[in-house]
Design a protein around this ligand. Structure first.
Ligand code: RP5
Length: 171
């Protein structure tokens, strides 16, 4: 099966965070393709990856970049596929620069922007899975199961807290 989600990042230094996108998609049984490609350092390669993605069967592109983070915007300018942007905290501005650069796209060139860092990277993967699930009932089932699993985990944490509180009271 060919990968349906393309994950791009501006530098290999982004991988520790962007691996969360791939992990989330792996949990959902969605295959990914991952590349380092920079909007600034390798503009031609980035343009080509974006332009060729749909023809290779890619349905969603996730872009993670830090600092003056133009990667998601440049990719969105070169493809009609949905593009999700993950701002990364890799400069002295701790991700605020990347957040604004990724989110503040001009009208007509949409980038769905997630939170800064690992939570945003994970959510980009989960959101990509939800987009794909619109036309894939088996994947929709796995998305439902992920939500149910998360709810069960919160309930288990609450149950454990109640036990601790009760023990404190009787101590
Ligand atoms: C951005 O600059 C990259 O996305 C990365 O977050 C940041 C720093 O890149 P390196 O200097 O570590 O290659 O373009």
């Amino acid at each position: 099966m060919s990968p349906k989600v393309l994950i791009l990042m501006g530098s290999d230094s982004d991988w520790e965070v962007m691996a969360e996108s791939r992990k989330a998609l792996e949990e959902m049984g969605v295959e990914t393709e991952v590349h380092v490609s920079s909007a600034h350092r390798t503009p031609s390669r980035t343009g080509a990856l974006a332009r060729e993605a749909a023809g290779r069967g890619i349905q969603v592109v996730i872009c993670g970049a830090g600092a003056a983070a133009h990667l998601a915007g440049v990719v969105a300018a070169e493809t009609e596929l949905p593009v999700l942007g993950v701002p990364l905290a890799s400069s002295d501005l701790a991700g605020l620069d990347a957040l604004l650069a990724t989110a503040q796209m001009p009208g007509g060139v949409p980038v769905g922007t997630l939170a800064v860092g690992k939570a945003g990277a994970r959510n980009a993967g989960l959101l990509a899975a939800r987009i794909l699930a619109l036309s894939d009932p088996a994947l929709a089932g796995r998305v439902r199961e992920q939500r149910a699993r998360m709810a069960r985990e919160v309930e288990a944490k609450d149950a454990a807290l109640q036990v601790r509180l009760q023990a404190d009271k009787t101590a």
